[in-house]
Design a protein around this ligand. Structure first.
Ligand SMILES: O=P(O)(O)OC[C@H]1O[C@](O)(COP(=O)(O)O)[C@@H](O)[C@@H]1O
Ligand SMILES: [Mg+2]
Ligand SMILES: [Mg+2]
Length: 343
């Protein structure tokens, strides 16, 4: 049987990849791995430990917080605090940034942005959910780190990853040197390397979008969906429509099989629904590192200016050729619109 390699071993072995390698980032990734195991334990038995359903509170997005949203948030913040390598946590579930003000973490170099539980609407129905994390180095060199240290462009990420609590539990991450996936082996309680050097296929036959909002989509998106549904053997169309409703699960599937995931602007979400800092930037870093593409229909997600903590953006992400194709339809629709305005 092949030698297993745990996440801890892999992180240490690859520590030299990082310009600042003194072990802090490795310890930070270790802390995230520990919190992921604790959250996984509760997710797996949520119905037995009263962890299903709403917590009775709402977050800054106006969403009803699920009990597991809050539990996961507390576990990741606690692990990052006790680990001492993180000075600020920016979370979907906290309106403001969370300053980790222990003596050690005050001087820590890293910022962690996190979506503690992604796919919250799927918790109670036993469909895959996840955790998304993004890591930056603080830019300010003296005093306390501030919100400005958090509102950095996605290109500045030093690491990003996600945990998927699905048929198996996996942790997938990048530090800018490719993407690797680790599966949790409950019998030894370790994440073990199972998906080395993940590469997303350049194209695929899966499109992933909530078609229930079709009437509210921009013309370019409507045209692209029609393109996906046309019969054409030479391009393996019609494509298959797959939509789990957990960004993590939809992107993980597409990363392995190829495909495109789109969450565009809609009437209800004029800036899109998904959040730039702790959903779109980390997932775009991972997908790009796996050979894919991620834009807002025009501009690279990782180059977008970050103005606020819970800022939203439309996103077109996945297999490179499919995202480029969707962008073509967006550009054509814009052109049409310009022509009709001009005439
Ligand atoms: O129900 P919709 O509008 O299709 O939205 C589904 C999207 O919302 C999300 O659940 C938002 O994430 P959270 O669950 O972390 O709030 C994504 O995971 C998913 O892709
Ligand atoms: Mg989310
Ligand atoms: Mg969430």
């Amino acid at each position: 049987m092949a030698q297993i390699k745990t996440l801890g071993q892999f992180i240490i072995e690859n520590q030299a990849d990082h310009p600042y390698a003194k072990g802090e980032l490795s310890r930070l990734l270790r802390d995230i791995g520990i919190a992921a195991k604790i959250v996984n334990r509760e997710v797996n038995k949520a119905g037995l430990v009263d962890m299903l359903g709403q917590a009775g509170s709402t977050n800054i997005q106006g969403e009803n917080q699920q009990k597991l949203d809050i539990y996961a948030n507390e576990q990741f913040i606690a692990a990052l605090k006790s680990g001492g390598e993180c000075c600020i946590v920016a979370s979907e579930e906290n309106e403001e940034i969370v300053m980790l003000d222990t003596d050690v973490s005050l001087h820590a170099k890293y910022i962690v942005a996190i979506d503690p539980l992604d796919g919250s609407s799927n918790i109670d129905v036993n469909v895959s959910v996840g955790t998304i994390f993004s890591i930056y180095r603080r830019q300010s060199t003296s005093g306390r780190a501030t919100l400005d240290d958090v509102l950095q462009k996605g290109v500045n990420q030093v690491a990003a990853g996600y945990v998927i609590y699905g048929t198996s539990t996996m942790l997938v991450y990048t530090t800018g040197k490719g993407v690797n996936g680790f599966t949790l082996d409950p019998s030894i309680g370790e994440f073990c390397l199972s998906h080395p050097n993940m590469q997303i296929p350049k194209t695929g036959i899966i499109y992933s979008i909530n078609e229930g909002y079709y009437v509210h989509f921009p013309q370019g998106v409507k045209s692209y969906i029609k393109y996906c549904q046309v019969e054409d053997d030479s391009t393996h169309r019609p494509y298959s429509s797959r939509y789990v409703g957990s960004m993590i699960a939809d992107l993980h599937r597409n990363m392995i099989k190829g495909g495109i995931f789109i969450y565009p602007v809609t009437a209800a979400a004029p800036d899109g629904k998904l959040r730039l800092v702790y959903e779109c930037n980390p997932m775009s870093f991972i997908i790009e590192q796996a050979g894919g593409r991620a834009t807002n229909g025009k501009k690279r997600i990782l180059e977008l200016d970050v103005r606020s903590l819970h800022q939203r953006t439309p996103i077109f992400i996945g297999s490179e050729q499919m995202v480029l194709k969707a962008e073509e339809f967006m550009a054509d629709a814009d052109e049409q619109e310009q022509v009709s305005i001009a005439s």
